[in-house]
Ligand binder design. Structure first.
Ligand SMILES: [Zn+2]
Length: 170
């Protein structure tokens, strides 16, 4: 079995993380409200395991986690089978660890759900930039959409949308 490295924080600016997320959105042609698993993770060679899939193994899935074995070779284990909004955010978050902390597969990492706060912060920021891109959100916000409508359009929880609106100071 591979010896995995614990991910290290990048300590980069939030603008840098935004740029990385925007590059990924452009290169995968990901649309607002799109399917993270099929539209991005699978295209990058990643596989999502959850209690309904064949490769799911309870010992890997005590918590949501990410194993990176190489470029185009990574697995995300979800502990819950339901594809709810929380799982959607979790997928975007684990994808953030893959892109940022494994350098898209160059470093073999194992990211657990509760790592050090800085790497979690970076992965959360990446997830927010991916699921709720600044320009699209600002445009719709300025059209007087409500938080509920915005959460619906971007397919995120109302809590996540509120946090995002606050952090963009809209
Ligand atoms: Zn994490």
């Amino acid at each position: 079995m591979t010896n995995y490295i614990d991910p290290k924080p990048l300590h980069c600016s939030m603008e840098f993380i935004r740029e990385i997320a925007e590059i990924l959105i452009r290169s995968t042609k990901f649309k607002v409200g799109g399917n993270i698993e099929k539209d991005i993770i699978n295209k990058l060679g990643g596989i999502v395991h959850h209690p309904d899939t064949a490769g799911w193994d309870a010992k890997f899935a005590e918590t949501d986690s990410l194993y990176v074995d190489g470029v185009r070779d990574f697995k995300i284990f979800l502990k819950d089978k339901l594809y709810d909004l929380r799982n959607r955010f979790t997928l975007a978050h684990e994808l953030g660890h893959f892109i940022l902390h494994s350098k898209s597969g160059q470093i073999k990492i194992h990211a657990r759900r509760y790592g050090t706060s800085q790497i979690e912060k970076e992965a959360n920021r990446f997830a927010a930039e991916l699921l709720m891109p600044k320009n699209e959100l600002e445009e719709l916000f300025n059209q007087d959409k409500s938080v509920c409508e915005l959460a619906d359009i971007f397919d995120v929880s109302i809590v996540a949308m509120n946090v995002r609106i606050d952090s963009l100071r809209l």
